[in-house]
Design a protein around this ligand. Structure first.
Ligand code: UTP
Length: 311
């Protein structure tokens, strides 16, 4: 019988080293890099709150100060804005501190995503919980987390989010072996393989940064040895759960996500995300878009792109 406890808490791991984004991430977590004028992690917390999870635990690392400060009040700044009568910016500053009930725990050493999630054990207790990676954004119009919570409510166990990629891209991700259910967007996950070759890949559905975990994951993580890169992998623990009976907290389902996702921990994706968000901002787009079009035209002309015989 499915466990009926509700998902109420969100865990946001943000303690990774962010090496792909050095030197920007030397003293700033990559989750704090701005997407236009808000750090990526604020969009992630907004998504959790939108799905009804207003208790948010951040797993932080070396440079946790900026994350804590961002979600806290900033009295001096607020006073200065109030004195100037700048209500618009004052509201923007308040927004992040009024969003959710924030909690913090420090990971100490970045020993992998699985280890970061295990750090949440005491706060989460014996309840199912959501994990949202702090550098992985899902468009606010696409209600992935709501759907994952519904699937967990119906089936129990754990739920992962899956996205389809071209077969030649599978080798960069965790990949799921899946079986259809009677719902088009829900699959049963029978196995997970970390970074398989195109031939070994059981499907071209890859794992993205949203999970609903059964609390059974904590005991499994405790026994999970370091895997790829010497890190304790959440994927390895979920693989064990896929093979565990439902009565013991096992069973893993997947939600096939066909919406918009922005991986801001990757430089190229980050740049695309910033441009895309700017293009949809009514305060910026009217000036930004004409500039962008002209920039691309001039750039192409001076590099000979688009001329005779060119794409
Ligand atoms: P990544 O593998 O993308 O993060 O982890 P990373 O190690 O910081 O990135 P690179 O490859 O060096 O650039 C996915 C998520 O898990 C968190 C990260 O902060 C990110 O949100 N994480 C990873 C932790 O919290 N702790 C860890 O030990 C590892």
């Amino acid at each position: 019988m499915a466990d009926t406890s509700r998902v109420l808490k969100a865990v946001v791991p943000a303690a990774g080293l962010g090496t792909r984004f050095l030197p920007a991430t030397k003293a700033t977590p990559k989750e704090m890099l701005p997407v236009v004028d808000k750090p990526a992690i604020q969009y992630v917390v907004e998504e959790a709150v939108d799905a009804g999870l207003s208790d948010v635990l951040m797993i932080t690392g070396r440079s946790k100060r900026s994350i804590e400060d961002h979600f806290d009040r900033a009295y001096e700044l607020e006073e200065a804005l109030r004195a100037k009568g700048d209500d618009e910016r004052l509201n923007a500053v308040h927004e992040s501190s009024d969003l959710a009930v924030m909690h913090y725990v420090r990971q100490g050493e970045p020993r992998g995503l699985g280890h970061a999630v295990h750090c949440a054990r005491q706060h989460v207790g014996n309840e199912p919980f959501a994990v949202l990676l702090g550098d992985d954004m899902i468009d606010a119009r696409d209600k992935l987390l709501h759907r994952m919570i519904e699937v967990r409510d119906r089936h129990g166990g754990s739920v992962i989010a899956l996205m389809e990629v071209e077969p030649d891209q599978v080798s960069s991700y965790g990949c799921a072996a899946i079986e259809a259910t009677d719902e088009d967007d829900v699959v049963r996950v029978s196995d997970l393989v970390e970074k398989p070759s195109a031939e070994e890949a059981p499907s071209n559905w890859i794992i993205i940064g949203r999970y609903i975990c059964d609390p059974a994951v904590f005991d499994v993580l405790e026994k999970t040895p370091p895997g790829r890169g010497g890190e304790i992998q959440l994927t390895d623990a979920l693989r064990t759960l896929a093979d565990t009976p439902a009565g013991q907290g096992g069973g893993v389902y997947g939600v096939k996500f066909r919406g918009r996702r922005y991986d801001t921990g990757n430089k190229l994706e980050y740049l695309r995300t910033v441009v895309q968000f700017a293009s949809e901002r009514p305060d910026l787009a009217p000036e930004f878009m004409p500039w962008l079009r002209q920039f691309v035209r001039e750039h192409d002309a001076s590099n000979g792109v688009g001329g005779p015989g060119q794409p």
